[in-house]
Ligand binder design. Structure first.
Ligand SMILES: [Mg+2]
Length: 243
């Protein structure tokens, strides 16, 4: 559903970070590709191995949260479980190093992000809302050069309905929202599961900007949004046409 009317009054824009402002999942996909090559399982297909890795990642996220360290542990566990001969210490060290190289990847902004944020900031209040490891996400924000655009930065373990309800209340109490408060707070991101569905359920509005390489664990069917509370845009710069 596309709402094309421009929103003229000042809004509160909450931005997801990974795969909304900058590339993230492509680095994980690249490492998983190398992992599959190295495992080279003789009977399991790459899709089967990937399915098992996804299941192990879910378990690790429940234990350790999101982030590269949690992913490295999942990759190591998957290798131990699936390798056709007992892995050597060198094998495990290589797998861990493969995963940890993601921490050294540059922060690659998605097209027109800095220019668009600069334009939006003249008219609206903006906050960053990201999930994951605090040190990891803070480091990416700092290296991105985008921190000046956000008056607040929230790094949380999970972006679910409870979190968005709490955030909405805090924004309301802090006086940042103009009445009617719930109608001028928008969550903007690439993930139906973490950005769109829970924000809409919590009473916020939402903007989906799909990324072609969104992480499989972020996939979820979009719930039917209430009329006029949801936008789907193809490009980040399209935000300027609506806000
Ligand atoms: Mg994201």
């Amino acid at each position: 559903m596309l709402v094309s009317m421009p929103v003229s009054a000042a809004q509160i824009l909450l931005f997801d970070a990974d795969d909304t402002l900058w590339e993230n999942n492509i680095y994980f996909e690249r490492v998983i590709g190398h992992f599959l090559d190295r495992l080279a399982h003789s009977r399991l297909s790459r899709a089967d191995v990937r399915g098992q890795l996804n299941a192990i990642e879910r378990l690790q996220i429940a234990r350790l949260g999101y982030g590269v360290r949690s992913f490295a542990r999942a990759l190591e566990m998957a290798y131990r479980q699936l390798a056709e001969k007992p892995p050597s210490a060198e094998d495990i060290a290589d797998i861990t190093a493969l995963a940890l190289q993601i921490e050294r990847e540059p922060v690659q902004l998605l097209p027109d992000v800095a220019r668009t944020l600069a334009a939006l900031r003249r008219r609206h209040r903006m906050m960053l809302v990201t999930k994951g490891d605090y040190a990891e996400q803070s480091s990416k924000l700092e290296r991105s050069g985008l921190s000046e655009y956000f008056e607040q930065c929230h790094i949380v373990a999970e972006k679910n309905t409870g979190f968005y309800k709490q955030l909405r209340t805090r924004i309301h109490v802090s006086g940042a929202a103009c009445a009617p408060a719930d109608d001028n707070i928008w969550m903007i991101g690439n993930s139906p599961r973490s950005d769109i569905n829970p924000a809409l359920t919590a009473g916020l509005r939402a903007v989906l900007i799909p990324h072609p390489h969104t992480w499989v664990l972020e996939h979820e069917d979009l719930r039917e949004p209430p009329a006029g509370r949801f936008l789907r845009l193809e490009q980040f710069r399209d935000l300027c046409r609506h806000f």
